[in-house]
Design a binder for this molecule. Structure first.
Ligand SMILES: [Zn+2]
Ligand SMILES: [Zn+2]
Length: 223
């Protein structure tokens, strides 16, 4: 199992245990260290016994500080009952560029438009994930050749700051990359209905949808 970020959605691995059937290892890739992307690490001790869990973070690559040092600020007494290495099996540095995990070829790209730098991730030719970034024109060439784009849409069509993207900008990245499908993630819950985000994106890119937990977004016919 490969997890892109560690938000509260990780609880699904515990509350829908069939997701872990036959799984021997979990690799978690962190886009950055904001709390909404790391707080779910605290669920990992609830995974079935014997599952190896490796957390990859861009601490050294983007911040010049070891990922383990950054995560120990959150995971460990007195904020958490367990130490970091009691919570996960291993902490690894996420490099920019290429990384192979099992059969998966990953590509990682630094995004400089957020309040702190973050990482765009590409998994083979199946999926590109761009979150916690203002509109970044470098993400369209990065995603070109991917079938599916997961892109944040914190704003609708009027960015109140440029550390996050609008649904319109997510659609521009999808259109310029030529992906088949766009799923909007990381919506601002204080702004409108999901349908508005969807309609805004569809003005520029018809095959847009809003992501929900447990959605299956990738065709598996030839993986
Ligand atoms: Zn975030
Ligand atoms: Zn963030």
């Amino acid at each position: 199992v490969l997890l892109l970020d560690a938000g509260t959605g990780i609880r699904r691995l515990l509350t829908s245990p069939s997701l872990m059937d036959g799984v021997a290892s979990v690799d978690v890739l962190l886009s950055h260290f904001h709390l909404d992307h790391v707080v779910g690490l605290s669920y990992l001790p609830g995974l079935p016994a014997g599952v190896e869990c490796t957390v990859w973070g861009p601490g050294s690559a983007l911040y010049g500080t070891a990922t383990s040092e950054l995560l120990e600020r959150l995971i460990g007494p007195p904020l958490f009952a367990l130490t970091l290495l009691e919570t996960v099996s291993e902490i690894a540095e996420l490099p920019m560029g290429e990384l192979d995990i099992g059969p998966l070829r990953l590509q990682l790209r630094a995004q400089e438009k957020h309040t702190h730098p973050s990482v765009a991730m590409r998994v083979g030719d199946e999926l590109t994930y761009c979150t916690d970034t203002g509109y970044d024109p470098g993400n369209a060439p990065f995603a070109t050749g991917s079938r599916h784009l997961l892109h944040e849409a914190f704003w609708l069509d009027d960015a109140q700051d440029h550390t996050h993207s609008t649904a319109e900008e997510a659609a521009i990245v999808a259109r310029d990359a030529g992906v088949d499908d766009l799923t909007l993630v990381h919506l601002n819950p204080r702004l409108g209905e999901e349908a508005q985000f969807c309609a805004t994106a569809r003005r520029l890119f018809a095959r847009a949808q809003v992501g929900r937990d447990l959605d299956a977004v990738i065709s598996t016919h030839d993986i």
